[in-house]
Design a protein around this ligand. Structure first.
Ligand code: GLU
Length: 401
C-alpha cells in the first residue's frame, strides 16, 4: 500500500479522535466525563426536528444544486444581513456540509501551493491541516497573554507570499472575543496589504458579556471584497450531527467553492438544508437563547473552579471553552501527557494545547451539564492535589499574585 504524501501527512483530528476514545471507554464501562469535544448536549430546536422529519416523510429528498437550495441560500443571505448588517445576495452564499467544510472550500478556492496563511495561535485544530491539504503553508502567529491579537506579531509574519489571515472570534479554544476596534484594525491591515480574510464565525451567537460580536464585514466596508464569512448550525442550534453550514462572500470566491464542491461532495444534505431553513426562517427558535443562557451559567462555574484550583485561566467571553494554563504541571510529555494521565487516572477527557499549536494550556468544553462540570472539577482537583509538581505549581501561582 502506498498512500499519497497528502494522506500520510495528515493526522486524525485530535478533538474527534479524543471524543471517539472517550466514548469507547464509556461503552467499555468506564465512567468518563468527556470535556474534549465541543458539542452541545442539547437536542436541536423542536421546529428544526419537525422540519427534518417532514422533509424525510415527503419522500422528496433529492439532490439540490451544489451551492444549496435557492430558498436556503436566500434565508442565509437574509440572516447574514440581519446579524452582520450587510447586504448579501443569495449568489454570494454557498451552503456547505458544515463550517469546517465551508472553510476547506474557501481555502481550496483561494490558496495555491506555497501560499502562506496566517494562523493566530492558539488556533483550532483543523486550520493547520486544511491549509496543508490545499498545499498552503500555515504560518503560526503568537497572541497576547490574554489570548487577544498581537498586531506587531501579525505584521511581522506577513511576507510577499502571504495570501490569507484566518480569524476566529469568538475563539475556539480560548473563548476570546475580539473587540470591534481589533476587528477593524485587522480588516484595515488586510486591505492595506492585499490579504484575504477568512472569518470563522461559528460561535458568533455565543457571546455572553461585554462588547457584542463584530464581524469584519460589519465594521469595515472596504474589506468585504476580500472576506469570506464562515458559519453554520452546529453550535448555536445544537445541530452538530446535521452537518450544515455556509460560506458567504464575493461572488467569484463563492462560485469557486461551488465548483469545487460540485465534484467533491455533489450537494449538501437535503434534509439538513430543510432543517436549517426552518432554524433561520422567522423568529429565532426559543431554545437558542435558552441554550446560550445555560452555557453562560456553566462558563462561570467552570472558570471560577479552575481559578480556585490555582490555574491561570483567561476569562472567556464567548464560545464554550475554557483554556487554563497548566505549564507548572507539565513534564517532558507536555500537555499530551497531562491529558493522558488525567484520563487514565481520573476518567476526565480534555484536549491538549498541542492540538491548537501551544503546549502550555489544555482545553475544556463546557457544553455539558453543570453536574458533570462539577464532577469534572472534583476529578481535576484530586489529580492536581496528588500531582508530583503540586507544591512547585502552588508556589509559582502564589508568586504571581
Ligand atoms: N469544533 C468542535 C471542537 O473543536 C468539534 C470537533 C471538531 O470538529 O473539531 O471540539
Amino acid at each position: 500500500m502506498s498512500l499519497s504524501t497528502r494522506a500520510q501527512a495528515v493526522s486524525l483530528s485530535v478533538t474527534l479522535a479524543l471524543d471517539a476514545r472517550a466514548k469507547a471507554l464509556v461503552d467499555a464501562g468506564r465512567d468518563v466525563i468527556n470535556m474534549s469535544v465541543g458539542e452541545p448536549d442539547f437536542p436541536a430546536p423542536a421546529s428544526v426536528q419537525d422540519a427534518a422529519c417532514r422533509k424525510v416523510r415527503s419522500g422528496d429528498v433529492r439532490y439540490t444544486p451544489a451551492a444549496g437550495s435557492r430558498a436556503l441560500r436566500k434565508a442565509i443571505a437574509d440572516h447574514v444581513g440581519r446579524v452582520r448588517n450587510v447586504e448579501y445576495a443569495p449568489e454570494q452564499v454557498c451552503v456547505c456540509h458544515s463550517t469546517k467544510h465551508a472553510l476547506s472550500g474557501a481555502v481550496l478556492a483561494l490558496v495555491d501551493p506555497g501560499d502562506e496563511v496566517l494562523l493566530l495561535l492558539p488556533a483550532w485544530v483543523s486550520y493547520v491541516e486544511i491549509v496543508r491539504i490545499a498545499g498552503g503553508v500555515p504560518v503560526d502567529v503568537p497572541s497576547r497573554a490574554d489570548c487577544g491579537p498581537d498586531f506587531a506579531a501579525i505584521e511581522r509574519a506577513i511576507t510577499p507570499r502571504t495570501k490569507c489571515v484566518l480569524l476566529n472570534s469568538p475563539s475556539n479554544p480560548t473563548g476570546y472575543v475580539w473587540t470591534s476596534d481589533e476587528v477593524r484594525r485587522l480588516a484595515e491591515l488586510c486591505e492595506r496589504r492585499g490579504l484575504w480574510l477568512l472569518s470563522d464565525e461559528i460561535y458568533q451567537r455565543l457571546v455572553y458579556e461585554g462588547e457584542p460580536f463584530a464581524s469584519p464585514v460589519s465594521v469595515s466596508p472596504g474589506v468585504r471584497a476580500r472576506t469570506v464569512v464562515l458559519d453554520g448550525a452546529s453550535k448555536s442550534y445544537a445541530m452538530t450531527g446535521y452537518r450544515i453550514g455556509f460560506a458567504a462572500g464575493p461572488r467569484e470566491v463563492i462560485s469557486g467553492i461551488e465548483r469545487l464542491h460540485s465534484h467533491l461532495v455533489g450537494a449538501p444534505n437535503a434534509v439538513s438544508q430543510e432543517a436549517y431553513l426552518a432554524a433561520l426562517t422567522g423568529a429565532e427558535p426559543p431554545e437558542v437563547a435558552s441554550m446560550a443562557a445555560q452555557f453562560d451559567a456553566r462558563r462561570r462555574v467552570l472558570v471560577d473552579a479552575l481559578r480556585e484550583l490555582g490555574l491561570n485561566t483567561p476569562w472567556p467571553r464567548g464560545a464554550f471553552y475554557a483554556f487554563p494554563d497548566v505549564r507548572a504541571y507539565l513534564d517532558e510529555r507536555g500537555t499530551r501527557g497531562f491529558c493522558e494521565d488525567l484520563l487514565e487516572q481520573h476518567n476526565l477527557a480534555l484536549v491538549p494545547g498541542t492540538a491548537f499549536g501551544v503546549d502550555t494550556h489544555v482545553r475544556l468544553s463546557y457544553a455539558l451539564s453543570l453536574d458533570k462540570i462539577r464532577g469534572a472539577m472534583a476529578r481535576l482537583a484530586a489529580f492536581l492535589e496528588k500531582h508530583p509538581r503540586r507544591e512547585q505549581a502552588l508556589a509559582r501561582a502564589a508568586a504571581k499574585l
